[in-house]
Ligand binder design. Structure first.
Ligand SMILES: C[C@H](CCC[C@@H](C)[C@H]1CC[C@H]2[C@@H]3[C@H](O)C[C@@H]4C[C@H](O)CC[C@]4(C)[C@H]3C[C@H](O)[C@]12C)C(=O)SCCNC(=O)CCNC(=O)[C@H](O)C(C)(C)COP(=O)(O)OP(=O)(O)OC[C@H]1O[C@@H](n2cnc3c(N)ncnc32)[C@H](O)[C@@H]1OP(=O)(O)O
Length: 383
């Protein structure tokens, strides 16, 4: 796999850093999640695919020293704490990069390492708000609405951080040097949304929130409820596709206002909604499948893997616990990601094997264990 041989240490965090680590693991990196010790009963990381877990108490001097040793042999460190936490533990970048100048030290936070909010707590919705993007999301006359925690945590955070790490790994092949990455989810979400800024002059966003082309203002870029309580998604922007939408709905364009007549959008939406409510989702799929009307069913998470298109591409995979999840994307055809089919690791499940691999002797491991700086957690075999 593309990242095989890359050693990553991921300090356990909430949602974005686990995604970053899972992406790296899916593409072949050896990812060790450094979990807290004493450990909590269950890991909060539901994105532990392909990772191994080491339970290590970083608040103890021996634990911090052990992490420094691990970093000597690591390519990447991902840390998800607010600014100042790593420094307090004696594990700041100036220490670790001096000891291993080839290390890529990725700091994944909401507000970044500097600025007024650097030390403040926050979550996805706060980062999205500060990026400006949240102000654009939501329906007409309603408050801004955060689409789950997808945009800042995962797209602007975990994914951007993974990209930064891969770029830094590539650069290291030329310079031989590691570097510090300051991944801020505010900036990641803003960068991801560059189109919003770059398209200001096109007049795409001149109207209020929820009244524009792509923010649920337009009748031809909307979701509609069907007779059986399901939904269809409509994205017929270009006139030739819009024509096909009208045809499928049984409408004639010369009897309707023009597609871009903003003042008629509200009425057009009502008309489309009434028509969509008269047939089931399956009936609409029969009408629109195979056309260029840009109309697709809104599938539930239970339905996606069963949809013919997704089945044909193998877009969803099952692990050995029969859990379904999305296949890593994008597909690298020569060196595809091969995600682990095993269950996620238990906290501390691999403590001993990881320390041995990183050069700790059995005696050193035993001492760390008896001093309660590390924990083992060998699951019992299922008999
Ligand atoms: C909207 C999302 C958040 C969604 C999260 C959900 C996915 C999960 C939230 C609750 C979970 C559920 C819950 O836990 C109950 C169940 C538990 C069960 O086990 C599983 C099922 C659950 C239902 C579970 C399910 C899910 O997991 C949940 C629903 C986000 O926006 S996430 C993005 C958050 N922001 C960031 O990541 C930005 C950077 N980080 C921060 O700003 C801060 O870390 C943050 C997030 C504000 C938290 O602040 P906090 O004060 O708690 O931490 P820090 O200041 O960063 O300091 C960390 C301290 O921990 C010490 N430490 C770290 N590692 C170790 C170690 N190995 N050993 C010892 N100590 C360690 C470190 O030294 C710091 O100590 P101090 O505070 O003393 O300095």
């Amino acid at each position: 796999m593309a990242l095989s041989g890359v050693r990553v240490l991921e300090l356990a965090g909430l949602a974005p850093a686990p995604l970053c680590g899972m992406i790296l693991a899916d593409f072949g990196a050896q990812v060790v999640r450094v979990d807290r010790c004493p450990r909590s009963a269950v890991s909060t990381d539901v994105q532990g695919r392909g990772k191994r877990s080491l339970a290590l108490d970083l608040k103890r001097a021996q634990g911090a020293a052990a992490l420094r040793r691990l970093c000597l042999r690591a390519d990447v460190l991902v840390e998800p704490f607010r600014h100042g936490v790593m420094e307090k533990l004696g594990l700041g970048p100036e220490v670790l990069l001096q000891e291993n100048p080839k290390l890529i030290y990725a700091r994944l936070t909401g507000f970044g390492q500097s600025g007024k909010y650097a030390r403040s707590a926050g979550h996805d919705i706060n980062y999205l708000a500060l990026s400006g993007v949240l102000s654009k999301l939501g329906r007409k006359d309603e408050n801004p609405y955060a689409p789950l925690n997808l945009l800042a945590d995962f797209a602007g955070g975990g994914l951007m951080c993974a990209m930064g790490i891969i770029v830094a790994l590539y650069e290291r092949t030329k310079s031989g040097k590691g570097q510090l990455i300051d991944a801020s989810m505010v900036e990641g979400a803003a960068y991801l949304s560059s189109f919003l800024w770059k398209s200001q002059n096109l007049g795409l966003w001149n109207r209020c929130r929820g009244e524009n082309l792509l923010d649920s203002g337009a009748p031809f870029y909307e979701t509609y409820k069907t007779l059986d309580g399901k939904f269809m998604a409509v994205g017929a922007i270009e006139p030739q596709f819009y024509e096909q939408l009208l045809k499928g709905l049984g409408l004639e364009s010369d009897k309707l206002p023009s597609q871009l007549s903003f003042s008629d959008w509200c009425e057009m939406k009502k008309m489309f909604a009434t028509i969509f409510s008269e047939k089931t989702q399956a009936e609409w799929c029969k009408i629109f499948d195979g056309t260029d009307a840009c109309v697709t069913p809104v599938l539930s998470l239970d339905e996606v893997a069963l949809h013919q298109h997704n089945k044909e591409r193998g877009s969803f995979i099952k692990n050995d616990q029969e859990e379904i999840s999305p296949r890593p994307s994008p597909l690298l055809l020569r060196t595809p990601a091969t995600p682990s089919a095993r269950r996620d690791p238990f906290i501390g499940e691999h403590t001993q094997e990881i320390l041995l691999e990183f050069g700790f002797s059995k005696e050193e491991i035993a001492k760390l264990h008896s001093d309660k700086v590390i924990e083992f957690n060998k699951p019992k075999a299922n008999l």
